[in-house]
Ligand binder design. Structure first.
Ligand code: SAM
Length: 241
């Protein structure tokens, strides 16, 4: 059966190899998120953009009361459904995670890793996406989403200079970035088992200070930002309802 995907066809095959370079990445990230969000145990948890379930499997180790996984890609949905079919605490939806009318109820913890909120067409659409995440959290719920800090990125990945993020006997992956006023682009370009892997994401660029101000004024009662790792452009924004 050939399944349509919203990504290059190789994306899910090579995903872990390219992006989860250290074995500990998913557990490290979820342990950190759990700490920043005030725990996941016995709570209802929602993850938007679950992919093939690397983070989801770590979330379930924290023993949430329930775990809801959402991904808009058919291959991701199929993979998640197979991977977690014997776990009756996990429900899976194939949907846009930022839809106005979600099919899932509000949850205590809402997690959205990678730069999905920034993959919007404008700053106001990005705020809309964050608002939708907030709307899908319960009254005292906590939302966590990952962003790329534009300023840090500019410093450590200057325009058009390639940086290898993965290399071994099977191949390599290099990223390069270009920066404009209100957006930036990250290009992934590499080769794995002789297959050319090329991929580009366009992200809304905004000064994090200005964003936090807007979020504190309009969306969350309290909001803060935490780097995912030391000297990393990847940051986690935590918002309390
Ligand atoms: C980088 S992958 C996530 C990998 C995942 N965290 C894992 O551990 O395997 C990002 C995922 O987000 C999904 N995605 C992107 N935009 C989305 C949206 N608007 N709604 C739902 N899923 C989305 C993509 O289909 C992709 O599977």
């Amino acid at each position: 059966m050939i399944m349509k995907t919203n990504h290059p066809w190789w994306y899910f095959i090579y995903y872990n190899q390219i992006f989860a370079r250290k074995n500990m990445t998913y557990s490290y990230e979820i342990n950190l998120l759990s700490k920043l969000m005030g725990g996941l145990k016995d709570l209802s948890v929602l993850e938007i953009g679950s992919g093939i379930g690397g983070h989801a499997s770590e979330i379930s180790k924290h023993k949430p009361e329930s775990l809801t996984l959402v991904d808009k890609d058919p291959i991701a949905f199929h993979t998640l459904s197979r991977r977690f079919r014997s776990n009756n605490k996990i429900e899976i939806f194939k949907s846009d995670g930022f839809t106005k009318k979600p099919s899932w109820d509000a949850k205590d913890r809402v997690i959205c890793m990678y730069s999905l909120v920034q993959q919007a067409t404008s700053y106001s659409e990005m705020l809309n996406r964050i608002n939708r995440l907030s709307n899908t959290a319960t009254r005292s719920g906590v939302v966590a989403f990952e962003m790329i800090d534009f300023k840090v990125s500019k410093k450590i990945y200057p325009s058009n200079k390639g940086t290898k993020i993965y290399e071994d006997e099977k191949g390599y992956m290099e990223i390069s970035s270009i920066y404009k006023n209100d957006y930036f682009k990250i290009t992934f370009d590499g080769k794995l088992q002789d297959i050319r892997c090329n991929y580009e994401v366009k992200l809304v660029a905004k000064n994090l200070k200005k964003l936090l101000l807007d979020l504190n004024n309009h969306i969350f009662t309290e909001c803060f930002v935490h780097p995912l790792e030391k000297n990393s452009r990847r940051v986690i924004v935590i918002g309390h309802k």
